[in-house]
Design a protein. Sequence first.
Length: 365
Amino acid sequence: MNMIDMNVLRDLTNAFGPSGFEEDVVRAVRKHCTGMSLTNDAMNNVYARIGGNAEGRKPVLMLDAHTDECGFMVQGIMENGLLSLIMLGGMDLPSIPAHTLLVRTRAGKLVKGIITSRPVHFMTDKEKSAPLDIREMFLDVGACSKKEAMESFGINIGDPAAPEVAFEYDEEHGLCFGKAFDNRMGCACIIHTLRALQAVKDDLAVEVVGAFASQEEVGMRGATVTSAQVQPDLAIVFEGSPADDFYYSSEKSQGGMHKGVQIRCMDKSYITNPAFLEYAHELGDTMGITYQDTVRRGGSTNAGKISLAGKAVPTLVLGIPSRYVHSHYNFCAIEDVENTVRMAVEVIKGLNDERIRHLMHQDIL
C-alpha cells in the first residue's frame, strides 16, 4: 500500500485550470487540506499553514508548486463557427491536432471541442511538410456559424480551454496516467508533505507554509506574489519535470521514471544552493530515498523567482519525472511521487539552527 492518496491526485489532475483560470484547482486544494489554515489572494494563489510558530520566531520554509496547466484561450470566433486559439503556456505543437479540449464559458459550462486536423486528402505536398502554427489551428465545437457558437454554445472571445483527460491509476505497475502532471503532482506533494508534518509541527525548527502558485506557465507570475507574501527563509519547489528516459541513452538520462525524485542542480532560471544539494544527497543516501540529479540545458521553475526574493532564498527543486509534459497525456510512477514527498519531509525534519545557518551561508565569514 503506497503512502499517496489517489483521491488527491485524481481531483488535482482532473481539475480545469489553465493559467489565469485556476479556480477549480483552488477548490481541489481546499478539499484536501483539512485541518490546515488556508488563505488565498486575488491571483488564485493559495497559502496553507499547519501552525507550529505561534510566537513568530522560527525561520519560514515555503513549499511551492504551481497550480496552472498549459492551455488555451479563445482568440476569435470565425464566421463558420470555428474558434481560433492562443496558447496559455508552451503546449507541444505537434501533439495538439485532433485532440479534444474543454472550453469553459462565462456561464461556467464546459463545452467539448476537437482541435482541427486537416485530412491528408485535402493537403498539398507543401502543406504536408509545413511547420505547425497555432494560428492555423482551430477548435471545432460542432457549431456551423459564429452566431451558433456564441448564442447556442455560449462561447465568447477570451474563454479559457484545457485538455480533457481523466486520471487513471494502474496499481499493478504503479503508474499514474492523466493530464497536467506539470504541476498538479507538485501540488499533491505539498499536501502530502504538510499532512506528514502536522503531528510534529511543534518540534520543527521551521514554520512550514505551502504556497500553491498560479500562472507559472506564463512567466512564473504567481511565485512573484507568493514569495513576497510568505517572505521565506528557505524553500522547496516541487515540479512535474519532463522525463527524458525515452530520448537519451541510459548514461545520459537524468529524469527516468521509477528512478526516484529528481534533484535539479541547474536550469535556465536557477542554480541550486550547493549546501542544500549536499544535504539532500546525504539524506537520500542515509535514509534510502532513491534520487537522481539533473542539470537542465533549458526550462525553468518557480525557483527562478523564489531564490531571488528578499535577501536570497536557498531553494531545493524536487521533480517527479513525468512523460510527455506540456501535452494532453502524461505518465509518472507513484514510487517517484513517494520518494519526492519522503525527501521533502526528511529535509524539513532534519533542519536545526546550525543546518539552517549553513544553508544560508552564514557560517562562511
